[in-house]
Design a protein around this ligand. Structure first.
Ligand SMILES: [Zn+2]
Length: 328
């Protein structure tokens, strides 16, 4: 079977499609467009089809030379039926749309859906920072916090395909209300918007001159990156914010380690651009809280595939599920 497959990454901001060589985890060609987030599901489906056809044309591959197409979705999906269960950040009623079937027909390819963070996990495991392990957990920390787990040498989806929702581990009793409906989830304390909100609070309370100066005294310009930059410049308040964020992540990782005893925990996503400013408190917290598992043998490492992980993982997922290539 050919090792070429299509990977699609549907995000709240960008929609990307790529031709991926799944044997090496290489993106051979990719295209991107803004996600028409407020135009409803049909416009988004049309754009997925358009981008897949465009990247096939540009790279000169035909559907005959492709094994399958995988669609990474920012929510919960029924991987067997190709249906969306919950897509919290993309408006519209997706629950009745047989998305996999529609794309299958329109693209003439075997199409499989997968949660975007599970796709990242699969990619990092097969071709990135998780290579060579048979058990790992992956945290994808950005606008939200996604995750995935590999157990016993395979991506573990659980009985309801939601295994690996590491961002919704509860780290604070009676904590902040989360988009998932729960309270005190890690996502509310360690995502990009959560870090930005802490930066805004620091400016309002006049605790950080550096963040205020970097954002030119405009609260709308305070992002997680502003807090990272202030911390790198030595601002004590920004450093304290990241210390606390890293501690929250470390608590969640300690729980993950107790649950899975993985060989490796991989950290990716835009927030991890903070690097050691977060990795140091994560490691410290894990050392302080994990005793029953030999923690020195659990490797905590940065992801390797960057923005392409979702594309590579979606393609790899589709290929792993695809049967023999059928004529379109
Ligand atoms: Zn939650």
């Amino acid at each position: 079977m050919t090792s070429l497959a299509i990977g699609v990454d549907l995000g709240g901001t960008n929609l990307r499609a790529a031709v991926v060589d799944t044997s090496s985890g290489t993106v051979l060609a990719s295209v991107r467009a803004d996600t028409p987030i407020h135009q409803g599901p049909p416009a988004i489906i049309d754009l997925i089809v358009e981008l897949v056809q465009k990247v096939m044309t540009e790279s000169g591959v035909t559907s005959v030379s492709l094994s399958a197409a995988g669609i990474g979705m920012p929510g919960l999906v029924d991987v067997e039926r190709g249906m969306v269960i919950l897509l919290p950040n993309i408006p519209g009623d997706w629950s009745q749309i047989p998305l996999g079937q529609i794309l299958n027909q329109r693209l003439g390819l075997s199409v499989r859906l997968i949660n975007d963070a599970r796709a990242i996990t699969l990619a990092e495991w097969t071709n990135g920072a998780g290579q060579g392990t048979d058990s790992m957990a992956c945290y994808a920390i950005g606008t939200g916090i996604g995750g995935g787990v590999v157990v016993g040498g395979r991506l573990h989806l659980g009985s309801g395909v939601a295994a690996g929702e590491l961002g919704h581990q509860i780290v604070e009793l009676n904590g902040l209300r989360c988009n998932c409906g729960g309270r005190g989830c890690l996502e509310m304390y360690a995502s990009g918007p959560a870090i930005a909100a802490r930066g805004v609070q620091a400016v309002i309370q006049r605790q950080s001159m550096s963040i205020a100066v970097l954002a030119e005294n405009d609260l709308n310009r305070v992002t997680a990156s502003t807090v990272f930059q202030a911390a790198r410049e030595g601002d004590p308040c920004a450093r304290a914010i990241l210390e606390e964020v890293g501690t929250y992540i470390g608590i969640a990782v300690s729980n993950t380690i107790h649950t899975l005893n993985p060989q490796r925990v991989v950290f990716g996503g835009g927030v991890m651009a903070a690097g050691e400013l977060l990795m140091a408190p994560i490691r410290r917290t894990v050392r302080e809280h994990v005793f029953l598992v030999p923690v020195q043998r659990v490797e905590l490492v940065m992801a390797q595939l960057g923005d392409n992980a979702g594309l590579i993982g979606a393609a790899a997922w589709a290929q792993s599920k695809a049967g023999p290539v059928k004529a379109a």
